[in-house]
Every structure is written in C-alpha cells, then in structure tokens.
Design a protein around this ligand. Structure first.
Ligand code: AMP
Length: 997
C-alpha cells in the first residue's frame, strides 16, 4: 500500500519546508542529514528479498521543482512484519560520544485501514550499531541495540496529515562510526527526515578569554571543563576556565582575564586608553581621565606624568593629581621679646599658594652677617619649638647676639619639596622662601670693665679699655664717650674735654707734664646716648719737659674761657668730622684728640734680627706660656722645624681656646731655634683680624728643645689653596671676593707696619670655620729656605717664582709693591679655586712669559672687575701697581654693589683648562673618558659617565649642558668646567698666546 495514498500534498509541502528551516536554525554539528543530501540515500533495506511484500521503500517526490526522497513502509495487512532500514556508515567525530537523532515521520491511523487494523501497528523502533569500519551491505540484526520505540504524538488520518518530530539521544559512542536502523513491525510509516548531530559549545569569548569550540559532553561527563586564553593585552592571575554543558551551553567561567595597564575593555577586546586617559594597573576598570596638573600623553598611558613645575611626593599615589611647590611664606616679621636673652619671635603667614597640598611645613635658616661676610649661625642659636618641620607659623629664636645683623630665611615645604629639589634645578621653581634681615634692637650699650695706661710721655697719655660684651669684629662699631679733665681743676669751674671715639684706645697729646688727669669712659648706645656703667681712672703724664707747660694753655685757656664752650667746640668738631667722612685725613681741628683712625699705627714692625739677642725679641713680643697649659691633640701639618698640632690652650682664669701648635723638633742648633722663634717675634707684633694671632710661645722650659712651641689661634679649614681645591666650584664670586678682601685687609695692615711678607700665596693663608682668611707664615728664614715653591736664585736665596714680582726675582727688590704682585696671584688662585698658577709650565717658562708681557688669563667665571684688578697688580712698573689700601677699598666697593660682579671676564677654556683640542697634555688624543676627566680634575664623575653609558670621547663630544646635568653633575662650577672642557675639545685651534696683555 502506498503510504501517501489520499494525503493532501499542499499541506505536506508546507510542513516540510518549515521543518528544514527549523533544522538550519539549530547550532549543531550535523553528521547525517537525509533531507540535505538531496538525493537517494542508498540506505540498506532488509530482508533483501521480500517478494511482492516489500518492506521499506524509497519514494521520490517533487516539490516546487526540487526532488526529495522519503522512506516508507505500509504492510499493515500482513502478520509478523520485521522490516529494517539501515543508514549508511556514519563517521563519528572523536569528541562526539553523544549524538542526537532527530526524526520526522508520519504514522497513519490503523483505523483507517479497516480489517487490516488487526495487525496494524502505529510505532517503529530505532536501533544503532557501532563499528570501526564501514561494513558495506553486510547486515546482522543481532549487532544492533535498540535505542527507542518511536511513537507519533499525532497520527495521520485520511484528511489530516500530521508530521511528528522525535529526537532521541544515542549515548556512549566510542568507536569510529555507527549505523542507525529503523525496524518496522507492521505500521504505515513514512520517514521524511533523519538528522544525526552532536552539540558543541561554540568558540566564544567570555570575560576577555577566548575558548575554543568544544563538543558537548555526554552522560558520563555532563560538564566539560575547557581552558581558555586571555585576549591580546589582557592578563589573568589564574588560567581562565569555563564549562560546556551537554546542551552546548557555556557556564561558570572561572579566572577572569583583565585588560592590562594602559588598556580598557571595549567589546570583548582590550583597547588602548585614549589620549588624556590612563590606567595604572590590570583591572576591569575603565581608563580614567588624567588628574589635575598632569600631562595628557598619547594613547595607552599607564600614568600621567606631572606637568613641569608640578610633582608627586613619594607617598602620593601615582594616579593622583600633581602638586606645585608652595609659594613663599608671607609677611615674615620679627619681634624682639626678651633683649636680655637675645630672643626674637619670628612669625609669618602661610604661603598664598600651597600648591594644592595641606602638608605644609616650614624651616628656618639663620645667617649672621658681620660686615659683608655672612655665615651660618651654627648651632649656638636655639629655636623653639624647632628650626625644621614647623607646622605652626611662628618660631622663637634665642641666644642671638646684639650688634649683629641676622638674616632669617623661612622656607615653606610640602610633601613634594624634597622630591622637587631632586627632580629639577632650583632655577625652575617658584621661590618658597621668605627672607628677613634683622638684628636685636639691643639698645643697652656694653659695660666698660677696665681702663689702663698703655704709654705715657710728658705731654701725652695712651689709654685703652675693655668692654663687655666684647664688640665683634666687623659688627657695627661701638662708640665711646671719653671725658677727661685735670684732676686738680677747681670743681666749680671744671673743664671737660669730651671725645667721641670708635676704638677702645686713644692717644691724647698736648697734655701738661707731670699732671694727673681723670678719665671717664662710657659706651654709647646705638642711638648715641651714653649708657651702661662708666669707669673713671686717674693717670699722670711724666715729669720731663715741664717746659711745655705753656702748650697746655690750649686746654687751660679753654677751661678759663668756660667749660661749656670747650665742650661745645669739641662736639661741633666731632659732628663736622663725621659728616665729612671718617676717612679724610687728619685736619688741624683734630689736635685735641686722636683715635687710631687718625693716627699712623702706633707701631712699626721691628725686625727681630735687629736685636742683638733674638731671644730678647721673643720675650718682648710674645707671651710665655707654661707647657702644662697646652694639650696637643692631633698632627695637622708639617712645618719646617717640626710637626704642627691642633690643641687646646687653657690658661687659668681664661676660657680654653683651640690653638695650632708649631713645634721645634729636638736637635736643632741655636741659630735654627732663633729662626724658629723669629716667626713668633714677628707675629707677636701684629694684631689684626686678618693676620694669624699669636697666643704665645713656650721657650723657658727646662727641656727646652723638646718643648719649644709657637702657639697660634687655630684655623679650622687649614691652608686656603687646599681648602679651595677641596671645595672647587662651591662658592659664589661674592664669597671669593669676600675672602680676598680679608687677605687684602691683612696685607694693608702689614704694609702699613712696613712689613714685607715676600711669600704671599694661597698656601700661606689660613681659613677658619667662618671662612675668614688670615695671612700667616712669617718666618724670616723661610722666605728664602723652607717654602716648597722656593727656587734658588743666582744670589743663593730661594724665591717662589710664580708668586714673585719680576723685580724681586731679578734683583731681590722686595717691597709692599712686590707683595701686591703676589696678592694678584693669590687673587687668581682664589678665583680659580686653588688652581696652580701657570699650571704645569716650568719656573723658567713662567719667567720668560712674564718678561714677554704675558699674564695669566682670567679664571673661569671671574668677574671682569676682579680680573682687571689682578692685571693692575701685575703691572711691570711697580710704582703703578695699586697699594693694599686701594685694593681693600676697591674690593669693598665691589662687595657693596654685587651687580658689579656680574660682568664676567672673557674666559678661554683652552688656556684655562689646558686642553689642546682633543688630546691629552702630551698631544695624543685622550684614550678614555676617565683619562680626560682626570686631566680636568673631575675624576670623581667617572662613574656618572659610565653609568650614563658615556664611555667614548666621541660620546663626550656630543654632550650638551643638559646631558652633563642629567648624569648627576650638579655643582655649577663643575658643570662649567666639564662643559668648557668639551667646548675646548671641540675647538681645534688651541693656543697659549691668548693671554698676552
Ligand atoms: P706652616 O709651617 O705655617 O706652613 O704650617 C704647616 C701646615 O700646618 C699648614 O699648611 C696648615 O695646614 C697647618 N697649620 C699651620 N698653622 C695653622 C693654624 N693656625 N691653624 C690650622 N692649621 C695650621
């Protein structure tokens, strides 16, 4: 019987098309599709020979012009039907152990067959058989296992056709392929479609991990675990995993991937942060806009770096905003609170601009200025609560000295200050300091503690007195009012003479011989009014030359004429004199008084060798110290006669002081002992701030040869040449000129005393811890003998050639003018930070060059005015050289107007650093960067160059100033030296002739 007999074809075709559509929409991997084959399937039917009662038959139909095939069987009238239809061999995919079999079929209603309905069935069976190979037409029923009985949901009657769809699962497949078989046992069935497929979880991207297409598991593995791979620019701490269900669905992703820093997730991928955005770490977050005061970089930024002038403190998050430096504290004021304890209260307002930070603190720096020389106040000053890390806007400062100017610098800091100072040079930063120069308004004048007679003649008395507290050198001078009168004056008509003095000594002349005078001295307060305790003493002129009695008439007459009158005259004269300027020469009106300023120095230097017994000279000019008062601590140098020690001098009743102790080694001859002590005899005659001060000598000890010593004040920083070399580039011109001013002042004092030093050189200048420079080395023999620079001349002496004026070398004409020449060389040494004058030229070459009018060139960075002064000192004609007085005045002028130091003298690096083009001193090219650095005395930076990868001279030649700074050369002096040297290396036209004048 034909299965389709009487079934309406239109309805049938509609359902078929629909069925195909449904099939296409599913996401399965199809192994077999009867309908998609579009042709005769070639399935095997069994039994092979069925005579006129065939079993399953293939039926071809045409729908809309296309052909399709169905299998049907309809032997409903027959008994014991057992008709098999077997598919072709279905290859299995290795992972597909579970396949779905979807069948579309029609089963006709048995009732529609009348009598046949007795044996008629309405179901059929689905079987399967696994095999590793296609067995062709061999068919054995026994090899098939039953999968299911397939029954229709709806059966098809004559008028109504119902297509049933049933899906069955075949589990646990393991062999290479399998067959399906349909067993009919007497139904009227049409198999319209059979589709065999397995399910997969499709390739997917979940949580930024990609997972491959995966065959869904079966009964024995319901969830299949699959490992994935993070997408480009995404990372994950643990391996990303996911599970594929039997239904082909992905579930439970584990171990998420996240876009790495600089990337964010956009549509299942990681995309670079846009320009102006950043992401610092791997996370699921979006990129964030760059915070305040940062640079908006290109895309993909991990952090936004700070804009110039803005910084992050090390504790600031790198993702946070950057902050600027605070501006200077405002309205800094000082209030004197307790004069007696030298206390000031400094207070100020917070900076206007805190740079966006709240962690503002303040620090205080104190500089103490005496005249033009300023130095750090040191540890003596007390700050309450502290000098650094202040959060409050006030601090109390105590232990200040009256009469001194203090400069307080209050600096505002924030969390970025320290960091900023490392990051960029100071010049690029806003000022964060406020400066205030003040002094204690100390109006109490010092007390006079003692008054004594220094010298007297029949007509004059020289007096001096002490004050407490003692005036500091170069501080505002204390002025004194000295009043004196004849003791026996009628007290009703007393004649006073009043002198206003700026020094604590005076010589009063034109007095009456053998007469007692009463002197009262009192210090003046800063506003000019007398105050403090006064001291009155009586002194008498000597009796000789009483005949000058008449001269006293000047005073006596004045006294008779009226004391008030005389007083007024003196005062008027005093005021007039002050107005004119205290440096003017002494005029006739000064006859009544004289202070040291109006007098030539009281003393002139006395050559100790003029004494018959030089020991007498020592006794006269030096104080004998008992050796038990001296403690030697440490050897600090080597003198000609023995070691030089640092030590302590503690004289009973006096404060202990640090001293230098020059010793005379045992075994010297009497002559040498005298030479040794002659230095003390000379030094002992001097008393000046810039001359090394003699404390005393040890000569009278029993064991004399062991203990002969010269004790001088201790100069903490030792010899000037070495000190400058050790601090190359660390001082500003202003400070260097300040040092020169001190040396010049000392030399002026010596020349005023008619002392010619003969060996003025930076090595013979000592420097103390306040950078004060003092002239030293006054040995007599040493000028000719012990100076290492000394060169024997034809006349037998030794002369330090490169410091000595030509006339002194040529015919031993040593004068203050030749000392001025040497001072010029010292100026050069100082401005060149201890460079050796004329470098490695021989003494002979130096003399020749000087005779040919060559002079040292300006040191690097030397103010033009200072170099001009050097050239003046080196004038061939010694009478044209400036005098030390002129030099002091000029240096003072320069120091008073710092702008005058701004014009820098021309500098030629090829001469000053002695770099003949690209070669070492022997003319051969520098073989290495370290050799070159050594030649310019900058070896300490070798490692910086190496670390920065600058290892060849070619690389050195490419360096710009910025590069030098970046590798860590910070000191301006060093920076310049290296930069100038590179400049010199580049210039092939090196010559020495440029320093001809
Ligand atoms: P002189 O024999 O004077 O050349 O001294 C030799 C060395 O001892 C000097 O170069 C200094 O280093 C040291 N020296 C001499 N005098 C002093 C001093 N007053 N203070 C510190 N160091 C000194």
């Amino acid at each position: 019987m034909d299965f389709f007999a009487g079934v309406r074809p239109l309805l049938f075709s509609y359902v078929l098309i629909n069925g195909i559509l449904i099939t296409l929409q599913t996401k399965e991997e199809v192994l077999l599709d009867m309908r998609a084959t579009g042709g005769e399937m070639g399935w095997l039917t069994w039994p092979l020979d069925q005579g006129d009662k065939p079993g399953w038959e293939v039926v071809q139909r045409t729908l809309n012009g296309s052909q399709f095939y169905t299998y049907s069987v309809c032997n409903v009238g027959e008994r014991e039907q057992d008709n098999w239809l077997r598919t072709t061999f279905i290859q299995r995919r290795p992972a597909a152990s579970r396949v779905f079999v979807e069948l579309q079929f029609i089963v006709r209603d048995c009732n529609s067959f009348g009598d046949s309905s007795v044996t008629c069935k309405e179901t059929f069976n689905l079987f399967t058989s696994e095999s590793d190979a296609d067995v062709g037409t061999t068919f054995r029923k026994g090899q098939f296992k039953k999968v299911a009985t397939i029954a229709p949901d709806e059966i098809t009657s004559k008028n109504e056709l119902h297509i049933n769809t049933e899906t069955r699962v075949v589990e646990n497949l393991s062999r290479k392929g399998f067959y399906l078989a349909f067993q009919d046992i007497g139904a009227c069935v049409a198999l319209l479609s059979a589709r065999v497929y397995y399910k997969t979880c499709p390739a997917t991207v979940k949580s930024l991990a990609s997972f491959p297409e995966t065959v869904a598991g079966g009964e024995n593995q319901a969830l299949r675990e699959v490992s994935g791979v993070c997408m480009d620019n995404a990372i994950s701490e643990e391996l990303p995993r996911i599970y594929c269900t039997v239904d082909g669905e992905w579930v439970v992703p584990v171990g998420q991937c996240q876009c790495k820093s600089g990337y964010e997730e956009v549509k299942d991928a990681c995309q670079e942060c846009q320009a102006g955005f950043f992401k610092a770490a791997a996370s699921g977050d979006k990129c964030e806009p760059c915070p305040a005061n940062t640079q908006k970089l290109n895309s993909g930024a991990l952090v936004c770096p700070c804009m110039d002038g803005f910084y992050r403190a090390p504790t600031d998050p790198p993702t946070g905003p950057c902050s600027g430096l605070p501006s200077a504290p405002r309205d800094l004021v000082a209030t004197t609170t307790q004069l007696s304890t030298g206390k000031l209260l400094l207070s100020w307002q917070p900076p206007e601009d805190t740079g966006g930070r709240s962690d503002i603190t303040y620090s205080i720096e104190c500089q103490r200025c005496e005249g033009v020389v300023c130095q750090s106040c040191g540890e003596k000053i007390r700050y309450e609560p502290a000098s650094t890390g202040l959060t409050d806007t006030k601090v109390s400062v105590s232990e200040l000295d009256a009469h001194l100017n203090y400069t307080f610098t209050v600096e505002a800091h924030s969390g970025v200050s320290l960091f900023a100072s490392q990051a960029t040079p100071r010049a690029n930063k806003p000022p964060s300091t406020s400066v205030l120069t003040t002094s204690l308004l100390y109006t109490d004048p010092p007390k006079i503690t003692s008054m004594r007679l220094v010298e007297r003649t029949s007509t004059s008395l020289s007096l001096s007195w002490d004050v407490f507290p003692r005036p500091r050198v170069q501080s505002r001078p204390i002025r004194y009012e000295l009043t004196y009168r004849k003791k026996d004056d009628n007290l009703d008509v007393t004649t006073y003479i009043v002198l206003i003095l700026e020094k604590n000594f005076v010589q009063i002349s034109k007095l009456a011989p053998g007469t007692a005078y009463l002197f009262r001295v009192q210090a003046l307060s800063s506003d000019g009014t007398p105050g403090g305790s006064s001291m009155e003493e009586q002194f008498e002129t000597s009796l000789e030359e009483r005949l000058t009695q008449n001269n006293t008439a000047v005073i006596s007459c004045a006294a008779v004429g009226g004391a008030a009158m005389l007083f007024i005259v003196v005062m008027v004269l005093f005021l007039r004199r002050r107005k004119r300027n205290s440096h003017t020469r002494q005029g006739p009106e000064d006859t009544y008084f004289s202070s040291s300023e109006q007098l030539k120095p009281l003393k002139t230097y006395v050559d100790p060798h003029t004494y018959e017994d030089p020991n007498t000279a020592v006794l006269k000019f030096a104080t004998e110290i008992h050796p038990s008062h001296i403690t030697k601590q440490k050897v600090i140098g080597a003198g000609e006669f023995g070691e030089v020690y640092r030590g302590i001098l503690k004289v009973p009743g006096r404060k202990e002081v640090a001293v230098a102790i020059k010793t005379l080694k045992p075994g010297y001859s009497e002559k040498q002992r005298q030479d040794f002590l002659s230095e003390a005899s000379i030094m002992g005659q001097f008393s000046h701030q810039n001359i090394i001060r003699l404390e005393g000598v040890v000569t009278k000890c029993k064991d004399f040869f062991k203990h002969a010593m010269i004790v001088t004040e201790y100069m903490e920083n030792g010899a000037l040449d070495r000190y400058l070399r050790d601090h190359d580039g660390e001082f500003a011109s202003f400070q260097l000129v300040g040092m020169l001013r001190g040396i010049a002042a000392g030399m002026k004092y010596l020349s005023d005393m008619s002392y010619v030093h003969r060996d003025l050189a930076a090595r013979n200048i000592l420097v103390n811890n306040t950078l004060e420079c003092k002239v030293s080395d006054f040995g007599l023999s040493r000028v000719l003998e012990d100076d290492p620079e000394g060169t024997y001349t034809t006349s037998g002496g030794k002369i330090p050639i490169r410091w000595t004026a030509p006339e002194a070398i040529a015919y031993r004409k040593f004068t203050s003018a030749s000392d001025v020449w040497s001072f010029g060389i010292v100026m050069w040494e100082v401005m060149a930070f201890g460079e050796r004058p004329y470098w490695d030229m021989s003494n002979h070459e130096v003399m020749k060059a000087i005779n040919e009018a060559f002079r040292l060139p300006a040191p690097m960075d030397c103010p033009s005015a200072v170099y001009q002064l050097m050239l003046q000192c080196w004038l061939q004609d010694r009478s044209k050289r400036p005098r030390f007085g002129d030099i002091v005045n000029l240096l003072d002028k320069l120091l008073r107007s710092p702008d005058s130091l701004k014009t820098i003298a021309d500098f030629d690096p090829r001469v000053s650093i002695r770099l003949p083009s690209t070669s070492g001193s022997d003319g051969s090219p520098f073989r290495s960067v370290s050799e070159w650095l050594e030649s310019i005395k900058m070896s300490q930076y070798s490692e910086n160059f190496t670390c920065a990868g600058v290892v060849t001279m070619d690389q050195v030649l490419q360096m710009k100033n910025e590069d030098i700074k970046n590798i860590g050369v910070r000191l301006p002096g060093h920076l310049k030296r290296i930069a100038y040297s590179i400049l010199g290396l580049k210039d092939q036209t090196s010559t020495l002739s440029v320093f001809a004048v």
